[in-house]
Write a protein that binds this ligand. Structure first.
Ligand code: IPM
Ligand code: MN
Length: 352
C-alpha cells in the first residue's frame, strides 16, 4: 500500500463542494490501486482572511510543504478587494513552492459542446505549458509620485535564462513522454525584442536535442486567432506567464468551459498544486449545482503527477464517460446535482 499525504485547500465559495466530490472519488477508489491517501484540510482562503486578517502563515507553509501534493478548490471572496487573495495566497504559494510550470490540458471530450463551429474532439487536443514564476507576474515595479498627476507606474517583465530554460525543457520532456509530436512557442518576438528573443533562442537550442519533435512559432495574437480557427494545429504550446494566463482562458472556453477545465501548478521536484480553473462562483455556492468535474480532473492530474498514471487515466476515463451523459457542463444545467455527478464518476470507475 502506497501512502500519499494530500493537503486540501478547499477555499471559498463552491471550492469545498467540488473538493468534496474529488475526495469522495479518491477515497472510494484508492484501495483498488493499492493507494492510501491521508487528507489534511487547510482553511486558508478569503473566509479565514476576513476573520483573522491572515493570508499564508508559516504554519500553512509548513503544513502544505510537508504534503506530497495540494488539491485546491477555489480562492476568492466577494467581500475582499480584488488582488489581495490572488497575490497573497495563489501567487504566494506558486512562488513559495517554486511551482514553475502551469500545465493546462485543453481537450474537448466527446459529447461536450464547444462554441467553435464544426470542431470535433480530434481537433481540440493540446496542452499549454505556461511559465509560472516570473514575466509580468514577478512583481517587479512600483510607483513614483503616487496619487498625483505626475504619477509613474512601472511593471516590468522579468525573464531569466534559468526560468525560461527549465520551462521549455519541461515542455519538450512532456511532449516526449506523452507522445506529442509538435511544440509551438507562443511569444511576441516582433515587439518584445529582448525578452522574447531570449525565449526564442533557448527554444531552438533545446529543440536540437529533440529532433523527433516538430517545432513551430506563433505570435500570441496569431495563436489566439488559430486557437479559434484551427485548434487542430496545436499539440503542445509553451509560453510565458502572462500570455499563458490569457490563452488558457481561451483554451478553457473551447474545451467546454469552466465546468471541465483543470490545471496544475507543478514543481516536478517538489510540492505541486492542482486546481479547477473556475473561480469560487459565489452565486452557486451551497446549492449543490456546481459542476465538480473540473476539480475531479484536477485530482486526476494530481494522481498522474504523483506517478500513478494508470489511476489518473482511470479517473479521466470516468470523467469522459460522465461528461457525455450530462445535459450541459454549466452549473445548474447538468441534469444532475454536484454530488450526483461525483457519484456518476465513481460508478464509472468502479464498473470498469
Ligand atoms: C490563473 C488565474 C490567476 C493568474 C489569478 C487568479 C492570479 O487567473 O490561475 O490563471 O493570473 O495566474
Ligand atoms: Mn487566469
Amino acid at each position: 500500500m502506497k501512502e500519499y499525504n494530500i493537503s486540501l485547500l478547499a477555499g471559498d465559495g463552491t471550492g469545498p463542494e467540488v473538493v468534496n466530490e474529488a475526495v469522495k472519488v479518491l477515497q472510494k477508489t484508492q484501495a483498488d490501486y493499492g493507494i492510501n491517501f491521508n487528507f489534511t484540510v487547510n482553511d486558508l482562503g478569503g473566509e479565514r482572511y476576513l476573520k483573522t486578517q491572515e493570508l499564508v502563515t508559516d504554519k500553512d507553509i509548513e503544513e502544505l510543504g510537508s504534503s506530497d501534493s495540494i488539491l485546491l478548490g477555489a480562492i476568492g471572496h466577494p467581500d475582499v478587494k480584488p488582488g489581495i487573495l490572488e497575490q497573497g495566497i495563489l501567487l504566494k504559494l506558486r512562488k513559495e513552492f517554486d511551482q514553475y510550470i502551469n500545465l493546462r490540458p485543453v481537450v474537448l471530450y466527446p459529447g461536450v459542446e464547444t462554441p467553435l463551429a464544426n470542431k470535433k474532439p480530434e481537433d481540440i487536443n493540446f496542452t499549454v505549458v505556461r511559465e509560472n514564476t516570473e514575466g509580468l507576474y514577478a512583481g517587479a515595479g512600483g510607483y513614483i509620485h503616487y496619487g498625483t498627476e505626475s504619477e509613474v507606474a512601472t511593471q516590468e517583465s522579468i525573464n531569466t535564462y534559468k526560468a525560461i530554460h527549465r520551462c521549455i525543457l519541461y515542455a519538450f520532456e512532456y511532449a516526449k513522454n506523452n507522445n506529442r509530436k509538435k511544440i509551438t512557442l507562443c511569444a511576441k518576438t516582433n515587439v518584445l525584442t529582448y525578452a522574447h528573443d531570449l525565449w526564442e533562442r533557448i527554444f531552438y537550442d533545446i529543440a536540437k536535442d529533440y529532433p523527433e519533435i516538430e517545432t513551430d512559432y506563433g505570435h500570441v495574437d496569431a495563436v489566439c486567432m488559430w486557437m479559434v480557427k484551427n485548434p487542430e494545429w496545436f499539440d503542445v504550446i509553451v509560453t510565458d506567464n502572462m500570455f499563458g494566463d490569457i490563452i488558457t482562458d481561451l483554451g478553457a472556453m473551447i474545451q467546454g468551459g469552466m465546468g471541465i477545465a483543470a490545471g496544475g501548478n507543478i514543481n516536478p521536484e517538489g510540492v505541486s498544486m492542482f486546481e479547477p480553473i473556475g473561480g469560487s462562483a459565489p452565486k452557486y455556492t451551497g446549492k449543490n449545482i456546481i459542476n465538480p468535474l473540473a476539480c475531479i480532473a484536477a485530482a486526476s492530474m494530481m494522481v498522474t503527477q504523483l506517478g500513478e498514471s494508470d489511476y489518473g487515466q482511470a479517473i479521466e476515463d470516468a470523467i469522459i464517460a460522465t461528461a457525455q451523459n450530462l445535459d450541459s457542463l454549466s452549473a445548474g444545467k447538468m441534469g444532475l446535482t454536484t454530488s450526483e455527478v461525483g457519484d456518476a464518476v465513481l460508478e464509472s470507475i468502479k464498473n470498469k
